[in-house]
Design a protein around this ligand. Structure first.
Ligand code: R5P
Length: 312
């Protein structure tokens, strides 16, 4: 196959993993910054006539990662790529998918447009905040999921007396998937967000008493949602030492401290974003390199992704 794998700088470990799985070295490139902070990218190898896959989650700092992705796409397009696919395991701005108060931007739509405008013809995404975001992209999108892999990892920590907990109403469908895969009951925390860092809880729906809570979300950002969920399930009589899982471990702001104070049995996540091993929480991080490599392999041979073993 005539494939080139170009990695941005947002998640080098994941890029190495995908490259290893595919047995395909990363295309040499330069990513540098001009004195005025502008980014500059250059591909050091030819991609002419190749199916180019650009791996770049829009990881924090999200605007830097996004512009890097767009510049790498533009450079690949101008260098004669036969096709251009952006592999964006974490899609930032996803939570800004509607105008909640008026006079706001629908940033998720704009960002999807920006990615397409840079020359990207197809996007591979993982566990988008909502599946309706698929319709925001003018390009075709392959929506993969880390949930089956995370559910498999969670089996080590969740015994039969466990309960899957959705930490807010938006996570109900996700929790249903985990509950189905793991054969566990589920409960829902009724959360309301009062600011970007703070949430308050109105109650828990479902039976958590005497059970080990396994709280699942698509992303953990400041940790406010998980903290509120843990406090509410404990108040509702759950066992201590909750287990927490998410596809995207942003862990920004006071998140590590917050989670550190919750007495978690385990934090389980995927490596859509770089996770520092020094954070002290000792998360179990599931490598998505094999999943993304298989998707790339299949797409480059026009094979269906529907039969992928790990597809959610
Ligand atoms: C919200 O709808 C998301 O699914 C997450 O629950 C939320 O974004 C997590 O943010 P934080 O960790 O800052 O509460």
């Amino acid at each position: 196959m005539s494939v080139a794998l170009v990695a941005g700088s947002a998640n080098p470990a994941l890029a190495d993993s995908v490259s290893r799985e595919l047995g395909l070295p990363l295309t040499q490139r330069v990513i540098e910054r001009f004195p005025d902070t502008e980014l500059h990218v250059e591909l050091l190898e030819s991609v002419r006539g190749k199916d180019v896959y650009i791996l770049q989650p829009t990881a924090p700092p999200v605007n830097e990662s996004l512009v890097e992705l767009a510049l790498l796409a533009d450079a690949s397009r101008r260098a004669g790529a036969a096709s251009l696919t952006a592999v964006v395991p974490y899609f930032a701005y996803a939570r800004q998918d509607r105008r909640a108060k008026g006079r706001e931007s629908v940033a998720a739509r704009l960002v999807a447009d920006l990615i397409a405008t840079s020359g990207v013809q197809k996007v591979i995404a993982v566990d988008l905040h909502t599946s309706t975001l698929e319709g925001f992209f003018p390009t075709p999108i392959e929506h993969l999921s880390a949930v089956p892999l995370l559910a498999a990892a969670l089996r080590h920590y969740a015994e039969s007396a466990a309960v899957i907990v959705a930490p807010d109403l938006g996570a109900v469908k996700l929790a249903e998937r985990y509950a189905g895969l793991m054969g566990l009951p589920m409960a829902v925390v009724h959360k309301m967000r009062v600011s970007p860092e703070a949430v308050k809880v109105a109650g828990v729906v479902g039976d958590v008493a005497g059970r080990t809570p396994v709280i699942v979300d698509d992303m953990i950002s400041t940790g406010g949602t998980i903290e509120a969920a843990v406090q509410s399930v404990l108040a509702a009589g759950s066992r201590p030492e909750p287990v927490v899982a998410a596809s995207h471990l942003l862990l920004v702001g006071r998140c590590v401290e917050r989670l550190g104070d919750l007495g978690l049995r385990r934090l389980v996540g995927a490596n859509t974003l770089p996770v520092s091993i020094d954070i002290g929480l000792h998360p179990e991080v599931v490598d998505l390199g094999p999943l993304l490599a298989e998707a790339i392999r299949r797409l480059s041979c026009d094979q269906s992704l529907a039969e992928m073993a790990w597809r959610g």
